[in-house]
Structures are given as structure tokens and as C-alpha cells.
Design a protein. Structure first.
Length: 172
């Protein structure tokens, strides 16, 4: 008997579905299974295409004293992600909003538009905070809690990893 899929396995399935769609020559694909739904289209102006909300996990930051000192990572060819604030410098009650998956982080809906949120912005659970794009599919990341944005932890236009901290929010 097999158990539920891990997030990594589910992401691999989604990536495979997108790759198969791109190679198929199909113009549209809509898949719905339980609470999961994905819509793919080669037409950038297709109705229903655009930012879709995704539930993201938020969790309190562990106090800085509890975190063991980590060795400096070896340099890589990937461009560095310059966070606005180091997680250790955040208040103990800050809650982290994390990337739902690997992709490109965008603070605004399109170039030249105002950003979704900035430091000091008051958010509710349904507030769209940013977009994460993977293979031309844009997903809106919602706050998941009410509070005030304390820090932006990713750089606009940078690649982010799954579960990477994007924002620190002070509940309230």
C-alpha cells in the first residue's frame, strides 16, 4: 500500500506534465484531481490564464540562539540571492512566508507596475504578496496570515528554491 506523495514527488509529476504538454503540440490542457487543478495554454491571452493563488506554508522563525552556526556554502555559478534582512536579525514573533516551489520571484504583476507589498504593508491571509513563475506559469503567493510585512527576503527577478523564505510578517 502506498502513502501520499511527498511534495518533491508531486512537483516532479507537475514538471513532467508541463514538459509532456510542451512536447505534445496541444494548445490547452486542463487537469483537475480533487483539490488540485492546473491549466496550461500556449496562448498567453487565453481566458483563465494568469496568476492563480496557491496555499503556502508559513511558520514562525526559530530564535537565533537555537540555530547552530552553519559553515559558509561553497561559491556556485548561480547568481546570489540578496535578502533584505538576514533571518537571524528578525524578531522572534516573525512568521516566514515561503516559496511554494522553485521559480522566479516577482514583486509586481508586470514590469513597471507597483509592487504587491512592501515593508510596512498591512496584509490579510488573502493578500497577494508576489508571483512565482515556473515555465511561463505564474502563481500568486498569498500571505496566509494577517499582519505587517517586516522584511522582504528575496530579490525581485531572482530564482528562488522551493520552501525558500520570501517575506517576514509580524502577525497582528
Amino acid at each position: 500500500m502506498s502513502g501520499p506523495k511527498t511534495e518533491a514527488a508531486a512537483l516532479a509529476d507537475i514538471e513532467a506534465l508541463i514538459a509532456d504538454f510542451q512536447a505534445s503540440g496541444m494548445r490547452e490542457l486542463h487537469v483537475r484531481a480533487g483539490e488540485f487543478e492546473i491549466y496550461l495554454s500556449t496562448d498567453a491571452l487565453a481566458p483563465g490564464l494568469g496568476a492563480q493563488a496557491v496555499a503556502v506554508r508559513v511558520e514562525p522563525i526559530a530564535p537565533a540562539a537555537a540555530a547552530p552556526a552553519a559553515a559558509a556554502p561553497a561559491p556556485t555559478a548561480a547568481p546570489p540571492i540578496a535578502p533584505a534582512a538576514a533571518p537571524s536579525s528578525l524578531p522572534d514573533n516573525a512568521v516566514i512566508v515561503r516559496a511554494p516551489y522553485l521559480g522566479t520571484f516577482y514583486r509586481a504583476p508586470k514590469p513597471g507596475s507597483p509592487v504587491y507589498v512592501d515593508v510596512g504593508s498591512v496584509v490579510t491571509a488573502d493578500t497577494e504578496m508576489c508571483l512565482v513563475e515556473v515555465m511561463k506559469l505564474f502563481t500568486a503567493v498569498r500571505a496566509g496570515l494577517s499582519g505587517t510585512v517586516h522584511a522582504i527576503l528575496a530579490t525581485d527577478g531572482a530564482m528562488v528554491e522551493a520552501d525558500q523564505p520570501l517575506f517576514a510578517v509580524i502577525p497582528g
